[in-house]
Ligand binder design. Structure first.
Ligand code: ADP
Length: 884
């Protein structure tokens, strides 16, 4: 239910009460009782679609019905409510409610479930309560969650030059706090929010969401009061049972705590149970992981392939066996490390599992028996666990033991070394669940039969009472046939009338005394007897009480799991870490990746590097590996070559290899030495920001400007075809100025790959000492060219655009004409010239230009030694010279 809808993320209707709707005003005179109650619920949830349980249906009324019917694809009808008249109405069967909730959430709606909680007694209004208020960031229901992604709500608030962020997953109940200096509109905040991957954003009422965050996720505004510092602290203390925030280690981030307060308040409204057992806070330094902006994440195709088809980086890395492992892999990809030590420890785990193939095989087998423990525990905490969920926990306990056993074979010193110990269920839990649960479990506790025989004496007694009566009913047919002599007499059961004795009309006159008629059919009559009724009551009552007892026993088991939530959550985390390590080892082996050497120098050396996604698309043996060295002597590579030669692939593969290395994965290369990058910046391809009304060129320049402002000496910068969005001269000039700036600015001088089809830029290498030229090799045979995709030192001297046009299938006549025009242009305006400086009109001086004499004179002036009058005279003189 997530991600795909993110781009068009709607603003969820405000979560603060608004004026009541016109079709449901609060004049309750003449309302039916149910409508009166409904109005109260609706007034408390004006921003949600209220789903009201009426018997077997969930119904919507008034404006809610009008809004929901088209989203759900159901018919809009109306219903009379006594004197209140008719109201628009639509409904969905309760068994199918989940899929309809999903549709409403996907459409950006909030949903309040007003469910029946009391017993249904004929003639009395059943008790109803709002049991859940669902929104995209507040989902714990198994059927609504994507196994690969999390539901995460992120609250933001800016106070006096600091931004506090709290991110919360209601399933794991991990609350991550971040505090950064600045404003909501700062790029650092946007990058942080993208990293946190929210399914819902919470902001303060009246505070404008900056454009960088608009559309990131459905957004809910909350009253300022819930962000209040005092209230937030109270909420945190109440939720955790802690006396002081210092004890939680969160007293250093007071603004983020305010955001956390808002999240907890929102959980209350959503009816999410906060478990003191499970809830954990973590404070994160803003620079504890590699910062990646949204463009770079997209360009590196981390989660979705650009252009739609093909595997994403996550898919290529995924050989996980558990949903927890997959989610952790996604989280790791989302935040590569910048600490060489931590990266190396992760790599050591992969190394260990790669070498110990037998351990890996046993681990994979054990993990295969594991269910989504993390979310099963969450459902026990929320009181939503079904008998099958408990059964899954029982099975997972066994898988935990097997996993722990397999993991014991791992050497010390890796980051998964402690996992074997953490992988265990609370003592006796498996045995207790085994003793309680039947082999075949029903979907719902109310179906009965979830608890095994012998598990509970009370339940056994109730079942026995029921079965004696059932046995009597089973023998009744034969007994009555004998007694009455009616051979066609039948004992049956239906839901409306209960047990009955059916006698065909032909035998009607032989019906004995004591039979009272209950129902008339076409060819038969149905009767009941006092005896039959009595036994029926025993059966039904026993069944009802047995189910109630079963529900009680199951709730007890779920509560036991919930009480052990912390240790089970730790076990889930250990399982996830083991699963990610084995997944990366499995992929490294399958794809022939190598362990990168990680250091903190400033070298980037890759031998035989490949692009993980392009290689996979092309198939085995078809990708041409390439080398790269960037170090203190060679900081910038200017890569020239015709379009379609493989420049972009080379750039992206470099960034992908660095990214993979820093999440602690092996990399697609023969050999790699990677000194940790603090950030990766990519400016790739031309794309319009149509929604923002910006031209391709504007987008390109804005992204480039952001890179030049934010990059540091430890960053990796990938610039593909800068200046493409404007005229050639403009483009070349801007591209050159950008390279010069990166090279010369002391705070930059960062490792940079610069691809361009402007071969004029190859001259930069001759006067900037740390720039190297490289080109993609091309073989020419007559008018045909072949791209070898091999990167070699040196610059290209032409762009082969016409050749590429031919490859793309442009008709022959057009190609001939294009060649003529090109030849003419090259004669008239020799812009192409490889190492030759360009034409006069081009402000492309490679050596520093001779300064204008006025500038030289200005620079030489001794202002301190001049009177104001002398200065004014000098100014007039210079102006005259300049005007000449
Ligand atoms: P450019 O950026 O120079 O226009 P691309 O990097 O987009 O070119 O590459 C064009 C196509 O060439 C890719 O889609 C891919 O199929 C192929 N290609 C690129 N690099 C390689 C390589 N190293 N080995 C094999 N094929 C490659």
């Amino acid at each position: 239910m997530r991600t795909s809808s993110k781009v068009r993320a709607p603003h969820l209707a405000a979560a603060v009460p608004e004026a009541p709707r016109p079709t449901l005003d609060l004049d309750t005179a003449g309302d039916t009782p149910i409508l009166r109650e409904y109005r109260v619920v609706k007034a408390a949830n004006p921003d949600a679609i209220v789903l009201a349980r009426l018997g077997d249906f969930f119904e919507m009324f008034g404006d809610d019905a009008v809004a929901a019917a088209p989203i759900l694809g159901v018919t809009l009808t109306s219903r009379g409510f006594g004197a209140a008249g008719r109201l628009p109405m639509c409904g969905v069967p309760h068994q199918a409610v989940v899929q309809h909730i999903r549709k409403l959430l996907d459409a950006g709606r909030r949903v309040a479930m007003w469910d029946q909680v009391g017993e249904v007694v004929a003639g009395k209004l059943v008790r109803r309560e709002v049991t859940r208020v669902l929104s995209p960031g507040m989902v714990v229901e198994a059927e609504l969650l994507d196994a690969a992604a999390v539901s995460r709500c992120v609250a933001l608030i800016a106070v006096r030059g600091r931004v506090g962020i709290a991110a919360f997953d209601p399933n794991t109940q991990y609350m991550e706090l971040v505090e950064i200096p600045g404003e909501l509109s700062d790029p650092a905040v946007a990058d942080e929010v993208v990293r946190l991957d929210p399914t819902e954003l919470l902001v303060e009422e009246g505070g404008d969401l900056p454009s960088t965050l608009v559309g990131r996720a459905p957004t809910t505004t909350l009253p300022s009061a819930v962000f209040d510092a005092g209230r937030a602290e109270d909420r945190v203390r109440r939720a955790t049972g802690a006396v002081a925030l210092a004890g939680l280690g969160i007293d250093t981030v007071p603004i983020a705590v305010r955001a956390a307060g808002a999240v907890l308040a929102y959980c209350e409204r959503a009816r999410i149970v906060i478990s003191a057992e499970l809830l954990r806070f973590g404070v994160r330094g803003a620079d504890s992981a590699m910062r990646l902006d949204a463009h770079t994440r997209e360009n590196l195709e981390m989660f979705t392939r650009l252009g739609g088809s093909g595997a994403s980086l996550l898919q290529v890395l995924d050989a996980t066996r558990t949903p927890m492992g997959l989610r952790l892999l996604r989280a790791r990809l989302n935040e590569p490390l910048i600490d060489a030590g931590r990266i190396s420890r992760r790599l050591a785990s992969v190394d260990a599992l790669l070498t110990e193939r037998d351990v890996r095989r046993r681990l994979r087998d054990a993990l295969g028996g594991m269910r989504d423990l993390e979310r099963l525990v969450a459902r026990c905490v929320q009181g939503l666990a079904t008998p099958r969920d408990l059964g899954a926990i029982r099975d997972t306990c066994a898988a935990l033991d097997a996993t722990s056993l397999a993991a014991r074979g791992l050497p010390a010193g890796t980051d998964v070394a402690g996992c074997a110990d953490a992988c265990h269920a609370p003592a006796g839990l498996q045995e207790r669940l085994d003793g309680l649960l039947a082999e075949d479990l029903p979907a719902q506790a109310s179906d009965g039969g979830a608890v095994r025989e012998g598990a509970d004496p009370d339940l056994d007694n109730l079942r026995a009472a029921g079965s004696t009566a059932r046995a009597y009913l089973a023998t009744l047919e034969t007994a009555e046939r004998e007694r009455t002599g009616i051979r066609s007499l039948r004992v049956g059961y239906n839901r409306v009338f209960g047990y009955y004795i059916e006698i065909p009309n032909a035998q009607r006159d032989r019906v004995p005394d004591g039979y009272s008629r209950k129902q008339t059919l076409a060819g038969a009559e149905r009767y009941v007897t006092p005896d039959l009724k009595e036994h029926e009551a025993i059966v039904l009552h026993a069944r009802e009480r047995a189910i109630a007892r079963e529900e009680e026993l199951l709730a007890g088991a779920a509560a036991e799991v919930a009480a052990a939530a912390r240790s089970l959550a730790d076990a889930s985390a250990a399982v996830a870490a083991l699963d990610v390590a084995q997944s990366l080892a499995t992929i490294a082996e399958e794809q022939h990746w190598v362990r990168p050497a990680i250091d903190t120098s400033s070298t980037l050396r890759i031998v035989g590097g490949r692009h993980p996604l392009v290689e996979r698309t092309l198939g085995p043996g078809r990708f041409v590996p390439n080398d790269l060295t960037l170090d203190d002597d060679a900081r910038i590579v200017v890569l020239t070559g015709p379009n379609m030669a493989g420049k972009s692939t080379y750039l992206r593969q470099t960034a992908s290899i660095v990214l993979l290395a820093q999440i602690g994965s092996y990399v697609p290369a023969q050999e790699a030495t990677i000194s940790v990058c603090d950030r990766i910046f990519t400016r790739i391809g031309a794309h319009d920001d149509l929604s923002g009304g910006l031209s391709t060129f504007m987008v390109e320049m804005a992204e480039t400007a952001a890179i030049l402002r934010q990059a540091t000496g430890q960053s990796l910068v990938i610039l593909d075809e800068i200046g493409r969005g404007t005229s050639t001269y403009d483009g070349v000039s801007i591209a050159q100025a950008v390279v010069e700036h990166i090279h010369d600015a002391p705070q930059l001088n960062c490792r940079t790959l610069f691809a361009t089809h402007f071969h004029e830029l190859t001259v930069l290498a001759s006067h900037l000492p740390r720039v190297r030229n490289a080109r993609v090799e091309v073989v020419e045979e007559g008018s045909d060219i072949t791209f070898l995709h091999r990167i070699v030192p040196g610059g290209a001297d032409r762009s082969y655009g016409v050749h590429v046009a031919k490859l793309a299938g442009i008709p022959g006549g057009v190609l001939i004409r294009a060649r003529q025009l090109l030849a003419e242009q090259e004669r008239n305006r020799p812009l192409t010239g490889g190492a030759e400086p360009a034409t006069d009109q081009l402000v492309l001086s490679i050596a520093d230009p001779e300064p204008h004499p006025v500038v030289s004179e200005l620079a030489a002036l001794d202002l301190d030694g001049m009177t104001p009058i002398a200065a004014l005279n000098k100014l007039a003189e210079l102006r005259e010279q300049a005007a000449r």
